[in-house]
Design a protein around this ligand. Structure first.
Ligand code: UDP
Length: 367
């Protein structure tokens, strides 16, 4: 029994149910965090779309399901697009419940990248906190997050400094990184396997550059992930010699790491300011070095020459050359980095300290 236990409400993404893959990295982030917060003794209610499931090691959290239409994702809209909330949107149902339960909770932690919960923050009784999961892909979100940083900076946290630098913030950001349950990833010492790529299959992930590197090296590329944009996936496939891509599908973490860990390198090719890059750290956790563009979160996570190689953004030739040098990386260093900087319990402690700090901060100023 933890005398300082907090009553926390966690609100999931309104894009897909937990386990669908449609929510991207947020799904795994929430699972690791719930496990970590439970082990610190906190009480958790999770609000999530119908169909969402938590693994057995998160059974201590109460899950409340909410029905409704998915929210359209911001990253596939024009940067100047207005806010859209579908009739019967699950976002509305999630926040109706969050505000009600939040009144008798210590804090409500929002994991969705949406206008509504951030706009509500200074206007409601519940203590709302936001772990921002993307860079500034929308002008209206960028302005709103910037405004909240002036009136209530302690209510915002980011995954990386690179991500946070997209926003005009009143003060240096709270950066909490991310967390991974190391028990879920087996270290694989040998580095003579295939090349891999993992992520949502969508244009902002730049799969075509990774396939180009694999094709130039006469290798196959194993690809794991939810095919969010089937047209884009077909176009990438048609651009390269048949069979260059080995589509492995969207796998549960246990299966993903079993296939991923034998790779000699993971290629990571973001075309946007990736907020963090879960798949980068999942590869490192297995001992797989990562060759990535020096853009967004991956550029902050990888120590070039130690846990992989960073190459200039969009430099396919540079990525090819770096991939050829991958045997110089000590795979033990990759795993060691995750243990030191990205464990799920360390992440939970950083989140706990952010929330406790925010609860003690004066309520709202200015704005
Ligand atoms: N993922 C998965 N199974 C797969 C491929 C990917 O569960 O077969 C998950 C992976 O664990 C990661 C997420 O998909 O948590 C992708 O997150 P990332 O942060 O890399 O990018 P995002 O989709 O959030 O932009």
């Amino acid at each position: 029994m933890n005398s300082a236990a907090l009553n926390l409400v966690l609100v999931s993404t309104p894009i897909g149910y937990l386990g669908s893959g449609r929510g991207g990295g947020v799904e795994l982030t929430m699972r690791s965090l719930i496990k970590g917060l439970l082990s610190l003794g906190h009480n958790i209610i999770l609000l999530a779309p119908d169909g969402s499931q938590l693994p057995a090691d998160c059974a201590g959290a109460e899950i409340k399901h909410v029905s409704g239409i998915d929210q359209p994702s911001w990253q596939h809209q024009e940067v100047t697009a207005p806010v859209v909330i579908p009739p019967d949107g699950v976002l509305l149902g999630l926040w109706e419940q969050a505000l009600e339960i939040g009144k008798s909770s210590d804090a409500v932690i929002n994991f969705s990248y949406d206008w509504l919960p951030i706009w509500l923050t200074p206007r409601v009784e519940a203590n709302l906190f936001h772990l921002i999961s993307m860079g500034a892909v929308s002008q209206v979100m960028k302005t709103l997050i910037g405004d909240l940083s002036f009136s209530a900076p302690s209510r915002l946290a980011f995954h990386t400094y690179r991500q946070a630098s997209d926003y005009d913030l009143a003060e240096p950001p709270t950066v909490v990184g991310n967390g991974f349950d190391l028990d879920q990833y087996d270290f694989h010492p040998k580095g003579d396997g295939p090349l891999g790529w993992a992520g949502r299959v969508a244009p902002e992930k730049g799969l075509e550059d990774a396939v180009s590197v694999a094709a130039a090296l006469n290798n196959q590329l194993l690809v794991w992930g939810f095919i969010e944009d089937p047209k884009y996936a077909s176009e990438v496939e048609a651009t390269f010699p048949p069979g260059t891509i080995d589509w492995r599908g969207f796998l549960a973490t246990s299966e993903l790491q079993r296939e991923l860990r034998v790779c000699r390198a993971l290629l990571n090719t973001p075309k946007w300011n990736e907020a963090y890059g879960n798949v980068v750290v999942e590869a490192l956790a297995c001992g797989v070095p990562v060759v990535a563009y020096d853009r967004g979160g991956p550029g902050e996570l990888i120590t070039s020459g130690v846990t992989g190689w960073l190459v200039p953004p969009d430099d396919v030739e540079g990525m090819k050359a770096a991939t050829s040098q991958i045997s110089k990386i000590d795979r033990k260093e990759c795993r060691r980095w995750v243990e030191e900087y990205a464990s799920h319990d360390g992440f939970a402690r950083r989140i706990e300290s952010w929330i406790k700090g925010g609860m003690n901060a004066k309520k709202f100023s200015g704005g």
